[in-house]
Structures are given as C-alpha cells and as structure tokens.
Design a protein around this ligand. Sequence first.
Ligand SMILES: Cc1cc2nc3c(=O)[nH]c(=O)nc-3n(C[C@H](O)[C@H](O)[C@H](O)COP(=O)(O)O)c2cc1C
Length: 288
Amino acid sequence: MNRPDINGPPVAELVRRRFSCRSFAGRALESPVLEELERTAAGAAAPFGSRPRFGIIDNEKVRAENLFSSGSYGLIKGARFYLAALVRRDEPRRWEDAGFTLEAAVLHAAGLGLGTCWIGGVFDRKRFGRVLGIRAGEQLPAVVAVGWPAEKKSLRDRLVRWSSRGDRRKPAAGLFFAGGWDSPVAMESAGQWAQVLECVRLAPSASNKQPWRIVRLGNAFHFYLARDKAYSAMMPLADLQRIDLGIAMCHFELAAAEAGLEGKWRDLDPRVPGTPANYEYIVSFEIR
Ligand SMILES: Cc1cc2nc3c(=O)[nH]c(=O)nc-3n(C[C@H](O)[C@H](O)[C@H](O)COP(=O)(O)O)c2cc1C
C-alpha cells in the first residue's frame, strides 16, 4: 500500500497526531477533501482481498429525511460528514479489510489536520445504509466521523475520553511477544521493529480494548485477536474487534513500509503452544 499522505509527516507522527475527535468545529468540510479521503480508503489494498465500497454520509441529509433520527452517535458534537465502508456479507475477512482501508483514510486525515472518530457502536445504521445506497448482501460495519476539530473539547467529549480512558494504552510487554506467549518482546533490542510495534500500540480500538496480540516467531509476526466475548455479544451488528485488528494491520504495514522493512501478509497459523482460549489467529506478516 502507498502511504496515505505521501508528502506529509512520517507515519509514526500521523499515528501520534490522531486521536478520537468528538468535538467538531462548525466550519464546513470542502468536498474535494472528502473525495480525497474516500480515494485514500479505496486506494488502500485490502489485505484479505475483499472489496469494500466507500461513501460519504452528509448527516444534514439524514436528518432532513427523518425528524426523529439524530443520525449519528449522540456523544459526538458538530460532526456533519462520515466516511463509510460497505462490505459484503459473504466475504469472510470483511471486518479486517474495512478496518484496514478506513484507517488509511483516518491517518491521511490526521496529516491534513482533520479530526476523526471511528463509530461502530450506536449510530443509525439503517438510515446511514440507505443514504449510502446499501445493496442486498451488504453490511455497514462502522463509520468514521470527519471534520475540522473544534478548538475546545466539549464536556461530553472529555467525559467519553475519561470513561474509555482514551489516552491510555497497555504497555508493550502485555501486547507483543517473541518466541512464545511467556516472553514479552524486548523493545530495546527489537531494532526498527520497535517503532512499528509502537505504531500498533497507539492505534485506536473499539472501547479502547486494544485486543491485538502479536507474537514473533523467526521471520514472521503472528497477529491474534484477544477476544472479549461479552463485549462482542453486546455488539451483534458488527465484529468491532476484528475491525480493530484491521486497523492494527494498517498501522503495522505503513510503519514497516516506511522503515523499508519488507514483508507480506500470509495465512500461516503457527498454533503457538499455550495460546489462550480466547485468542483467535488472524494473520501473519512474513518478513522477506
Ligand atoms: C472499531 C471502532 C469503533 C469505535 N466506536 C466508537 C463509538 O461508537 N463511539 C465513540 O465515541 N468512539 C468509538 N471509538 C473510538 C474509541 O473509543 C477510541 O479509539 C479509543 O478510546 C482510544 O482513544 P483514541 O482514539 O483517542 O486514541 C471506536 C473505535 C474503533 C476502532
């Protein structure tokens, strides 16, 4: 994949600049910018080969259509536009691919100084789907609110950040391993890979659960999803945690490519001994 913002700051900086923006300024977003974001998502080769369709939702139109619909997630202030991916139900890795491709646009947006917020929980899926022209056999996994960030965060914004501990991340030692699940990766001696893994650690995830686990064995990084079953049961309309994995893959691939570290996504299921029962193997990145 080409990096999203070719002339912009390094990936590691885009990753650090991005945060979930829940207070947007009134300033309208120009349509060429929206189109650019849509193109970035469409241009990011989905690693599992599914072909999401992308679209922009104008919340004003959704609202105009139905007085009783607030359109979007109520905790986001002032968002008018949403970038969305529609996926086909019969594509098994649609969640990861939607996460991967939309996150490319999220990082691109960060490079342009725009605010974004992934929304996978509560939003008007039906109406948003209708506005996007959803077809039979398609699903709307999540949307990304996008706009110019407000200068001051709303009180609700600050409350949501605080309750989801949005600024916090698990330490690398709880997420990344080398040789087996009982040996955390030593970031000091991981060389350039340390920076790549740090870009994964800082990725956004639904309810900030950070479900990515990576174990390096030889020349491959194996990606697992530490599934929170109760959480998944609470969110039956989309597999948000697999979207999280797609987002992590996007950060990993872009950061690795920028560091000149070459590799390929492969299905290698290594059946690592001692893998916890709630860990699902997703994919491996094999170094060339
Ligand atoms: C797949 C996905 C779904 C999300 N859904 C919502 C949502 O419905 N509402 C919301 O306010 N934030 C949502 N978020 C944002 C997360 O809460 C946020 O990424 C996390 O708390 C970390 O904070 P940060 O993005 O500011 O680093 C979602 C994030 C992801 C990746």
